[in-house]
Design a protein around this ligand. Structure first.
Ligand SMILES: Nc1ncnc2c1ncn2[C@@H]1O[C@H](COP(=O)(O)OP(=O)(O)OP(=O)(O)O)[C@@H](O)[C@H]1O
Ligand SMILES: [Mg+2]
Length: 588
């Protein structure tokens, strides 16, 4: 309801219209009773006849219809507006949350929180405003009206209302746990579906169609099994409520017959009461159905608000410094970071090094040694558990996130492309960049030529994660995007996949262009990139085990020298001229 605060006028209009609809619904049975009594009198030759009641009824009818129309149009608009707002808010929150949160929950579950949550709220808003509010008004008005007419008959109605309410509350309580299970299964289904559809080529290539179908069927069967007991409860409730309704009708007619016989009530009044009862039962059924649905929607709404309550991490200090001119000096002081709980988890520890403005630092080391992790810390994608990182002598935690992230252009190991056009993907580097700037960046990244060969050129839509491009093309687009960003610090996390000699040479050329005049960190899998670095850091098991220039490291005869000797690097173009690339045939 707090969400409705900005729309006070609209909300009041809705409340008043609901009141009007409720009142009209209530007036109808009263008029009906009067018409019956008037008809009886007319038959006996007396009275004014039912005409004025019928006239009043028509006027009320028109009024009621008008109020209903106002109500449903306004409620519909308001609910749609709020649904989209709710979705927007959740989306906004979701994309601000750290990648680790997304990894933990899975994108399917995230999507479900956003979409199912806001749809649930849409339904609640719409039906509350359009149907339930008038129903509740109607029920509230029925009580005094009934009491005024005959307290004995009204008591039966009151009893009925109590039975409805109590049984509803009971069933909602009893099914709450089951409902939470259902939501968990539903979230699992979403997560799995997202995962499988996202990996459809693997599913087909590994002929997993049947296996995935079966797994999904098992999951949905579990969902259904969780749902059955809850459905049974609601089914039993309906039977109970219907029986109570029938019983109360019978009781009312019996009592009514007796009261008419003893001349304490007119036939018209009994008719009014019967109509009251029918009206009340209708409204109670409506509210009861609404509550049943609400109890199903509580879980998605809950997970929606849980998402909204997540605080984005890392937090920015209130007086964070907005770094304007960045020279590009970077210093790590005993930086450690652990994934997951301490003890058996992985990460990096005691990372110490310094990069002067304009230098190139290369990170090498076996796969999983912590190279990507080390550099993820620089943009605060992860926050160190110990130690500090400085840019131009500012501890990065004291900087505003925007200025920190603006100062660093990253080519990630996975290109990370959007299902948009090539131009739009590059433009992310510098929003608002014109076509010339985009093309220049693409040229520098050696991507311009392949782009022109695509249908539509720069307007070519590259598919989810760039699925319509080759690995090398994806990497060059990511490079073009970073080039366009033109930041003082540059991180290049080389894709591990080997590229052909020509493409590799192209990327190397682009890299050399880009390195000029900025601090560059390269996670290298190729000898050529390492050779030019000012400093090479060799990582193993999350620690720097060797450091120095290429020749120093080779002379040390340690891990680096071994990696070079044993072909731990992809040998670049120049070195392959004398020794042609060997294609090893793997035999099973
Ligand atoms: N989100 C994560 N949660 C838990 N562990 C992780 C996560 N990301 C990486 N790791 C683990 O941390 C270690 C370091 O990973 P990192 O990605 O930094 O390696 P890397 O040196 O970049 O390897 P590669 O050369 O294969 O890219 C690995 O053992 C990896 O499994
Ligand atoms: Mg990596």
């Amino acid at each position: 309801m707090r969400l409705l605060a900005p729309e006070r006028v609209l909300t009041w209009t809705l409340v008043i219209a609901s009141g009007a609809v409720g009142a009209v619904h209530l007036a109808e049975p009263i008029l009906f009773g009067h018409v019956v009594d008037a008809l009886a009198l007319t038959r006996g030759g007396g009275g004014h006849g039912p005409l004025r009641y019928i006239a009043a009824w028509s006027v009320l009818g028109v009024f009621g219809i008008a109020a209903s129309v106002v109500l449903s149009v306004l409620a519909d608009r308001l609910a749609h507006r709020h649904q989209l707002n709710a979705m927007q808010n959740a989306f906004q929150r979701a994309i601000a949350l750290p990648a680790s949160y997304h990894t933990g929950r899975g994108s399917g579950a995230m999507m479900r929180s956003v979409v199912a949550g806001s749809e649930a709220m849409f339904w609640i808003w719409l039906t509350t405003l359009r149907d339930q509010l008038p129903a509740v008004f109607g029920i509230l008005l029925l009580v005094p009206a009934g009491l005024a007419m005959d307290p004995r008959m009204a008591a039966i109605l009151a009893l009925l209302a109590i039975v409805y309410t109590a049984s509803n509350v009971y069933v909602i309580r009893r099914t709450a746990a089951g409902q939470r299970d259902i939501e968990r299964y539903q979230s699992d289904v979403s997560t799995r579906m997202h995962d499988v559809i996202g990996n459809v080529s693997i599913v087909q290539s590994y002929t997993r169609l049947l296996a995935e179908q079966t797994a999904m069927r098992e999951l949905t069967a579990a969902l259904l099994r969780a749902r059955y007991p809850v459905l049974t409860f609601w089914g039993v409730l309906t039977v109970l409520q219907r029986s109570a309704a029938t019983l109360s009708m019978v009781a009312m007619f019996t009592l009514g017959a007796h009261l008419v016989k003893t001349q304490r009530l007119s036939v018209g009044e009994v008719v009014s009461f019967a109509n009251f009862a029918a009206l009340l039962i209708g409204k109670l059924d409506q509210v009861s159905g609404f509550l049943a649905r609400i109890s199903q929607l509580l879980a998605p709404v809950g997970s929606y608000f849980q998402l909204l309550d997540e605080r984005p991490n890392p937090v920015e200090l209130p007086n964070a410094l907005h770094l304007k001119q960045v020279m590009g000096a970077v210093r790590y002081e005993s930086v450690s970071f652990r994934y997951g709980e301490p003890g058996k988890s992985q990460g990096v520890s005691e990372i110490d090094f310094e990069a002067k403005p304009g230098q190139t630092i290369a990170f090498v080391g076996p796969t999983g040694s912590g190279k990507s992790t080390t550099l993820a810390l620089l943009q605060r994608m992860l926050t160190p558990s110990e130690g500090s990182i400085y840019i131009d002598d500012h501890e990065i935690r004291t900087l505003s996130l925007t200025s920190l992230r603006d100062a660093i252009a990253v080519v990630f190991q996975e290109a990370g492309l959007f299902n948009r056009s090539i131009a739009e993907n590059i433009e992310i580097g510098r929003p608002g960049a014109d076509q010339t700037a985009i093309e220049d960046a693409a040229r520098l990244a050696e991507a311009h030529e392949f782009i022109l060969e695509k249908p539509g050129g720069y307007d070519f839509i590259i598919g989810e994660r760039g699925a319509a491009l080759s690995g090398g093309e994806r990497q060059r687009l990511a490079l073009a995007r970073a080039i366009l960003k033109d930041a003082p610090i540059f991180i290049f996390d080389e894709a591990t996949s080997a590229l052909d000699v020509a493409t590799e040479a192209k990327i190397k050329r682009a890299l050399d262009q880009l390195r000029r005049g900025r601090t560059t960190f390269i996670i290298a899998h190729r000898l050529s990139t390492v050779a030019d670095a000012d400093l090479i850091l060799v990582l193993e098991h999350g620690q720097i085990v060797e450091r120095g220039s290429f020749s120093e490291l080779v002379a040390q005869q340690g891990l680096f020298a071994r990696m070079v000797r044993e072909g731990g690097f992809n040998v670049p173009e120049a070195d392959t001229e004398s020794a042609p690339v060997m294609h090893v045939a793997h035999s099973r």
